[in-house]
Design a protein around this ligand. Structure first.
Ligand code: FAD
Length: 465
């Protein structure tokens, strides 16, 4: 059926609607432009109107109305995703969750929150009311929502200790609304969480979230400098392997990243400086400094004691995808890869990739804990030349055994493990029978026989003018 956008918009006119051209355009975009490949393909994409429900009942009303008029619905947290996840490829309604931001309950070890709450506000409420903090957050802590993190993110600051969002125990419960003639409200725990977490809102809207908490600390943030890359990488790995030392971040930057792209760090490092960024709990500092003395390395900055004229700001805002952002600001031709350097070959693989590609590809590593093993996620910086070369670099990583989560694709499968997630697909069949939720992002829904031999192009994507 052809969407009747005007009818849906009229029927929802008593809600908070925004259909001003400029703001609809800006709320139709995320950080897709990090990728030159996505920039070229998605730049023109725009929704028809934005609606910002205040309650779950209003979410249900939006979904029911859009269902009746065959209008696609793409959910928006804060629009900080990098893969065009929040972009309405077919236009239609943008469901903006900014008004559903309440922290509802805080208990020992857990919090119940609405999806539109910013990570920083959630963290602040937990710290203030209970002395606890969220276990992990994307480095977009200051701007991103908890709902967008769960539906579109994977892990981040804290993952060196707690693992990724998909690991058991890192999400407790999700409440989800379906897009049917009569939307249903479902509560998911355990295995069922995988149906909707990291599903880009393609099969349900998350309206309430229960997350685990950890004791809050006044983290000591640091930079440690090295003349060589390998000892820098080894410090990051070693501190994560010291079970008695509590950390929240261990990031490795190959030279010349710190000197070339980190303006406030630049006066304190050389071009050849490899650097480690860290967050360590105050009571673990003695242990950490002992380890550092054993392993070498120069502590050039600590947040609780320094004489830097201009402080660098939060160290985590140099890590995860903020590294790419800082590099892009200085050198617009930079783009990036997302690599999994799995245990136990992680260091060997990183060595191989450095030998093959540095300095065209510079290593930026994040310590990641998976099933009790310490390994690395790579958010490598790439000097972009052509799409063909980028594809070749990706292929060579894969051939060497380094798994790539391709950040230059807008579908769940291509940005993931290039396989169909049967749980997400099965739930979409049940919860979104007309295929109206964030269309074009789940290949398995559109074309179950897709071979992944080339980039998927959603056939119903708006044409560029
Ligand atoms: P959005 O971009 O608005 O949405 C993300 C996806 O979730 C979209 O598909 C959207 O439709 C869907 N969605 C949003 N809310 C809901 C809901 N309630 N129900 C159903 N679907 C929903 N990501 C990481 O994982 N770790 C990082 O460390 C990290 N660092 C980043 C650094 C920078 C500088 C940038 C630009 C991005 C980074 N990202 C990172 C990506 C992104 O910022 C995070 O994943 C972020 O948490 C997304 O939150 P958001 O509110 O902006 O979500």
């Amino acid at each position: 059926m052809k969407p009747n956008v005007a009818a849906a918009r009229d029927a929802l006119s008593h809600l908070e609607i925004d259909d001003k051209e400029v703001s609809v355009r800006s709320k139709s975009r995320d950080f897709f432009w990090y990728s030159p490949v996505l920039k070229e393909r998605l730049d023109h994409v725009v929704g028809d109107f934005v609606v910002a429900p205040k309650t779950e009942a209003e979410v249900i009303e939006v979904l029911k109305t859009c269902y009746a008029h065959d209008v696609p619905v793409t959910t928006r947290g804060a629009g900080t995703g990098n893969y065009g996840q929040a972009m309405p490829l077919e236009g239609g309604c943008i469901l903006h969750l900014k008004n559903m931001a309440a922290v509802k309950e805080i208990h020992p070890g857990r919090v119940i929150v609405e999806p539109g709450c910013l990570l920083k506000d959630l963290d602040a409420a937990c710290i203030e009311q209970s002395g606890q903090e969220i276990r992990m957050y994307s480095s977009t802590w200051a701007t991103a929502t908890i709902g967008g993190f769960i539906a579109g993110g994977s892990g981040g600051v804290g993952s060196c200790t707690w693992g990724s969002l998909r690991d058991l125990g890192n999400i407790i419960r999700l409440r989800v609304v379906t897009m049917e003639e009569e939307p249903r409200i479902l509560e998911f725990t355990g295995e069922a969480l995988a149906r909707v977490s990291h599903a880009y809102g393609t099969n349900g809207i998350i309206t309430e979230i229960e997350m685990p908490l950890a004791p809050a600390y006044d983290w000591v943030e640091m930079f440690v400098a090295y003349d060589d890359f390998t000892p820098a990488m080894e410090l990051a790995e070693a501190v994560a392997n010291e079970d008695g030392i509590l950390i929240k971040l261990a990031t490795v930057f190959e030279a010349p990243i710190a000197h070339a792209y980190f303006q406030r760090v630049k006066p304190h490092v050389e071009e050849g400086t490899h650097m480690v960024g860290l967050m360590v709990a105050p009571h673990s500092m003695d242990g950490f400094l002992t380890l550092l003395a054993r392993m070498g390395g120069t502590l050039i900055y600590r947040s609780d004691d320094n004489d830097w004229e201009r402080t660098p700001g939060p160290v985590f805002e140099y890590g995860w995808n903020h590294t790419t952002l800082r590099a892009l600001k200085v050198e617009p031709s930079i783009t990036y890869l997302q690599v999994r350097y799995g245990y136990p070959q992680h260091k060997e693989l990183i060595g191989k990739m450095r030998a093959e590609f540095s300095p065209e590809v510079l290593q930026h590593l994040e310590v990641l804990r998976e099933q009790g093993k310490v390994m690395f996620a790579g958010l490598s910086l790439v000097k972009f030349t052509t799409e063909e070369r980028l594809d070749e670099i990706i292929r060579m990583h894969e051939e060497a055994g380094a798994m790539i989560f391709n950040p230059h694709r807008y579908t769940l499968e291509e940005g993931g493990r290039q396989t169909v997630d049967d749980r997400q697909l099965a739930f979409k069949r049940e919860a979104d029978p007309k295929g109206l939720l964030n269309p074009g992002k789940m290949i398995a829904w559109d074309d179950p026989n897709w071979a992944f031999d080339r980039m998927y192009a959603y056939p119903k994507m708006q044409a560029a003018e």
